[in-house]
Structure formats: C-alpha cells, structure tokens
Design a protein around this ligand. Structure first.
Ligand SMILES: C[S@@+](CC[C@H](N)C(=O)[O-])C[C@H]1O[C@@H](n2cnc3c(N)ncnc32)[C@H](O)[C@@H]1O
Length: 255
C-alpha cells in the first residue's frame, strides 16, 4: 500500500488544489475554528461531514487539543489515504464510512451527542432533499447549544443573478492573483495522477461505482434556502456568519 511519506505529498497537493479554487480556504478554516471557540467547551466532540482526507478535522484537532472528531465520507480513496495522512491524531479522529445521500448514514456513527457539526466544500454534492434530511439528522445529533458550521459556496439566487455574476468576477480575479500565472493544479488532474499510484486501482473502481456521476455534484442551494432548510430542520437560528465573495460559512444554532 502507499507509504505515509507519499500520502503526505498527495495531501499537500490536495490542499494546494483546493486552495487554488478557494484562495481563502485557510482563512475560512480559521474563521470556523474561531467561531467554534466562541461557542463550545474546550473539550468538545464534532462531526465533519464529507471530510475528504480530513483537512478541516486536522486543523480543528490541532488548534483544540482536547477536541475529538467523527469524520464521515463515502469515497473509498479518501477513506484510505485520510487515516494514513492524519494518523498523528490517533483515536481523537474517528473515520466513518457512510453515504450522506441515504437515510441510514447517521446509524453508522458512534453513539453520543456532538457539540458541533462542521463541513467544508462538501454539502453542495447533495441534492436539496438530501441536504434537508442531513440537516434534520444533524439537528438530532447535536446537544443543547450545538452549532452547525458549513463552509461552502452558495449562490445568492437560483438561477444566479447579476449579483452572483459580480461575486463570480470577484472570485475569478482572486483565483488569478493566487495562481500568479502558474497552471492551476486542477481537480481532474489530481485524481488522474493519484489513480496511477500502484495498488489504488481497485479503490478507484469502487469510487466510480459509488459516485457514478463524478462531475455532476454541483447542487447549488442558495444561501437563503440553506437558512430556510436549517430553520425547518429545527434550528432556532441560522444565517451566514462569514463571507468572502461566493464563499460562506453558514451557521445554525440549536438554542
Ligand atoms: C471537495 S471534497 C472536500 C473534502 C474536505 N472537506 C476538504 O475541504 O478538503 C468533498 C467531499 O465530500 C464527500 N462526499 C460527497 N458526497 C458524499 C456523500 N454522499 N456521502 C459522504 N461523503 C460525500 C466526497 O467524497 C469528498 O471527500
């Protein structure tokens, strides 16, 4: 199987690739951490939805030494390289293989309530009715005072209107500045190169079975719809807590 040193390089490449699409990704992680710090006790347990290789969990676990994460994903490649990359967190990071598109995902979690549910660049993979179910389940998993922090892109209007066009122009300029003439390490290219690693081919075949429409996951729920769905799921308050162009952190509070 792939060595930890190699995995570390793939994860560096993942973070660079994600940041080339979201130049303020690290600032968004940091904002999410600060928002959590203002709300949860120092020893807290959180759920990371669509965790990928564990980027957000790793940043929160490093910043809050008494926190614990339950990280959920359904991609067999991510669920193989993630635990190797984040092995330093040992039992503080618990990986769960579950499909957020299904009703049964929450039954795969270890028992107990969470102080927070977080997510980064993942929930736009869900269709609106799947997102509704996930938010409802999450509401039931949070204890008193629990919070949701979802960092993702969300349009203002659907179909996107003039203000969304303005935000897109802003985002494109930001990406251009961040790349400074370098070729962007794109999504497809990162996956294609990783697939050539010896031993990973069967995982890629399983990945294709689980996500047959690999590039068809842009379900753009507007900010206002996120807020409406969160309120309908039983959250007392919901709103945008941080913004950088089309990139937002949507928050919701149990009480
Ligand atoms: C763009 S990646 C983001 C990963 C990580 N949160 C980050 O910010 O680096 C989206 C992640 O959502 C996961 N995901 C998408 N649909 C899912 C589903 N139905 N169930 C579980 N995970 C899902 C994907 O497998 C992928 O790892």
């Amino acid at each position: 199987m792939i060595s930890p040193q190699k995995v570390a390089r793939w994860i560096d490449g993942w973070d660079a690739m994600q940041s080339s699409y979201i130049p303020t990704r690290e600032a968004r992680f940091s904002a999410m951490a600060s928002l959590l710090a203002a709300r949860v006790p120092s020893s807290f347990r959180f759920l990371d939805l669509g965790c990928g290789p564990g980027s957000l969990s790793a940043r929160l676990l490093a910043r809050f030494p008494r926190s614990r994460s339950v990280a959920v994903d359904f991609d067999p490649v991510m669920l193989t390289i993630g635990p190797i990359a984040q092995a330093r967190f040992a039992s503080r990071l618990h990986w769960v293989e579950a499909d957020l598109r299904t009703d049964a995902w929450a039954s795969r979690l270890p028992r107990g309530r969470f102080h927070a549910a977080v997510s980064s660049t993942a929930l736009h993979w869900l269709e609106p009715r799947q997102l509704q179910r996930v938010y409802r389940e999450v509401r039931g998993l949070l204890g008193p005072g629990g919070v949701v922090l979802n960092g993702d892109a969300a349009p203002l209007a659907q179909p996107p209107g003039a203000l969304d066009a303005l935000l897109t122009t802003y985002k494109d300029g930001q990406r251009r500045d961040a790349r400074r003439g370098r070729a962007p390490p794109d999504w497809q290219g990162w996956w294609r190169r990783l697939e050539r690693e010896p031993g990973l081919r069967p995982l890629f075949e399983e990945r294709a079975r689980r996500f047959p429409r690999a590039n068809d996951h842009e379900h753009e729920v507007t900010e206002a719809d996120h807020v409406r769905i969160l309120r309908a799921a039983g959250f007392r308050e919901a709103g945008v807590l941080w913004r950088d162009g089309p990139n937002v952190v949507l928050g919701a509070s149990v009480a």
